[in-house]
Ligand binder design. Structure first.
Ligand code: AMP
Length: 249
């Protein structure tokens, strides 16, 4: 069985982004970029399934600019067997990515498709769900445990107040939550080996996918700054402020 894993290149989670002065977006020029953390978890899970002998090939896919090649090389250093870059300079929306992935699912025929539950740059949490709908297969979002057999996959999900376990017929789409696994460190020998692995570059047009944006970003702004706090003399003064200034009681 083959697993397709979607990996997005995003601003590294340690970097604090700045809103552009014209509020048209955030400035990402010259910032450190990394693989979306939830996608690292997706890849780790796919590689573990391969190491258990349940899967024969792990294919990593990234959609975006040429530099996504670096993300795909990291994916292959973690353990993906080969990678596909769907190259475009168009700003991609979840529906565009889902359509690209659907075209690749048709071509590659994977038994399982694993994505992150959300990309930490746009926080959309949409691509996996849209992909499952386009493919017409089952989906299990926010996975915290995955057990694969030849025909089905059992997925435990973290839901309000407990855990829910689903059994899905393959092929299926899974999106990963934080507690699914702890991704391994990438070792230097594996980085060297990854340089020799196959990385194919194609375009959305070659897959027959139109990625023209459908959503217009109106503006992006910083969160409101919080005013400085004050020390109150006693509980009576605190109650007075909560009642008459903050008006919360
Ligand atoms: P989102 O719906 O944007 O929050 O993204 C959810 C997941 O979809 C991510 O964790 C990735 O697995 C996948 N994804 C989104 N955008 C891309 C992209 N440009 N290239 C590859 N995978 C992506």
């Amino acid at each position: 069985m083959k697993i397709l894993v979607a990996v997005k290149r995003v601003v590294d989670y340690n970097v604090k982004v700045r809103v552009k002065s014209d509020q048209s977006g955030v400035d990402i020029a010259n910032l450190k970029m990394s693989m979306n953390p939830f996608d690292e978890i997706a890849l780790e899970e796919a590689v573990r399934l391969k190491e258990k002998g349940l899967v024969t090939e792990v294919v990593a896919v990234s959609c975006g600019v040429t530099q996504c090649q670096e993300t795909l090389r990291t994916a292959m250093a973690i353990g993906a067997d080969r990678a596909i870059l769907v190259e475009t300079s168009t700003e991609l929306e979840p529906l565009g990515v889902a359509k690209i992935l659907k075209a690749l699912v048709d071509k590659e025929q994977p038994g399982l498709i694993i994505l992150g539950k959300q990309a930490i740059d746009d926080d959309c949490n949409q691509t996996g769900q849209m992909l499952a709908a386009l493919v017409g297969c089952g989906q299990a979002t926010f996975a915290s445990k995955v057990e694969l057999t030849a025909e089905r996959v059992s997925v435990t999900r973290e839901v309000d107040g407990g855990l829910e376990t689903l059994s899905l017929k393959l092929p299926a789409v899974i999106t990963t939550d934080l507690r699914l696994n702890e991704p391994r460190f990438v070792t230097l020998p594996n980085i060297m080996k990854a340089k020799k692995k196959q990385l194919d570059t194609i375009t959305p047009e070659s897959l027959g996918v139109d990625v023209t944006p459908r959503i217009k970003m109106l503006k992006v702004c910083d969160p409101a700054t919080r005013g400085a706090g004050v020390k109150v003399a006693d509980v009576t003064a605190l109650m007075d402020k909560l009642k008459n200034e903050a008006k919360v009681i």
